[in-house]
Design a protein around this ligand. Structure first.
Ligand SMILES: NC(=O)c1ccc[n+]([C@@H]2O[C@H](COP(=O)([O-])OP(=O)(O)OC[C@H]3O[C@@H](n4cnc5c(N)ncnc54)[C@H](OP(=O)(O)O)[C@@H]3O)[C@@H](O)[C@H]2O)c1
Length: 240
């Protein structure tokens, strides 16, 4: 049975880098399931990664998550899940948060990874083990105006990471998180230059990160067999 590595949000900046890193570092041993709501971006990526396949799905819905699980089980056994798909907008100051924004931000950043950890974790436990990596954010531990609901979702995702790590560890499934700082991707490219400069001044290394820096950390957490329940910052020292 082929071993599958599932990456959500695979068509985005960090998701692409993570997918390419897993393919390279595993020497092609892990077959990539590239999931995204944006079909074009994952079809292009699938054509660059031998043996991979694209699953266009909206993982905020139960139906979309089931379609992803079924597509993966149709190709082999999941042994890696990277919960990477995320959204940071709308940016609303604390006193302006809106209920529809809550549903958007928490739906993708918290509900989707929670229930994907449940369904894929079950499969991994039944087939002898696996590794789950959740993509959190420096903002889980750092306040920035306009990030209230995003921050709440990522902080809760870190709590879930530790909870699943504790409950799934005995069944051979390790669960960890990477907490990126400011990374240059489509998510951050529209931020006004003056805001970018303000954020850059908070980074001890004085520069923004590349998606590949996050991808390397994800691979480390997949590969190292004794790390469980960890949150690894990849933020150039922004959370200090
Ligand atoms: N970039 C940063 O500075 C930064 C910092 C800290 C944490 N992070 C986290 O890193 C992760 C990846 O971020 P990124 O910067 O690579 O963002 P990105 O380039 O915007 O990629 C996110 C991908 O997820 C897809 N997506 C959106 N809604 C979806 C859904 N309902 N179902 C499936 N896929 C969906 C997006 O498709 P569309 O483009 O079509 O919407 C996009 O391809 C996120 O969890 C983010 O919160 C990023």
């Amino acid at each position: 049975m082929e071993e599958i590595a599932v990456v959500t949000g695979a068509g985005g900046g960090i998701g692409k880098a993570v997918s390419l890193m897993i393919h390279d570092k595993s020497g092609g041993a892990l077959k990539l399931a590239l999931c995204d709501i944006n079909e074009k971006s994952i079809s292009e990526l699938a054509s660059r990664i031998p043996g991979s396949f694209a699953v266009a799905s909206d993982i905020t819905t139960e139906l979309g998550r089931k379609a992803l699980l079924d597509a993966v089980l149709g190709q082999g056994a999941p042994s890696v899940l990277v919960n990477n798909a995320g959204v940071d907008k709308p940016h609303e100051p604390a006193l302006a948060i809106q209920e529809p924004s809550y549903d958007v931000l928490l739906g993708l950043n918290l509900k989707a990874p929670a229930f994907l950890m449940k369904s894929f974790g079950k499969e991994m436990a039944a087939s002898g083990g696996g590794a789950i990596v959740n993509i959190s954010s420096v903002l889980a531990r750092h306040a920035l105006t306009g990030s209230a609901l995003y921050r709440a979702g990522k902080a809760a995702l870190e709590a879930l990471t530790k909870q699943f790590a504790m409950e799934l560890g005995p069944r051979g499934v390790r669960v960890n998180a990477v907490a990126p700082g400011f990374i240059m991707t489509p998510m951050t490219e529209g931020i006004p230059p003056e805001t970018k400069e303000k954020i850059r001044s908070m980074v001890a290394l004085g520069e923004f990160g590349a998606p590949e820096a996050v991808a390397e950390a994800v691979w480390h957490l997949i590969e190292n067999q004794y790390i469980n329940g960890a949150v690894l910052p990849v933020d150039g020292g922004m959370a200090l």
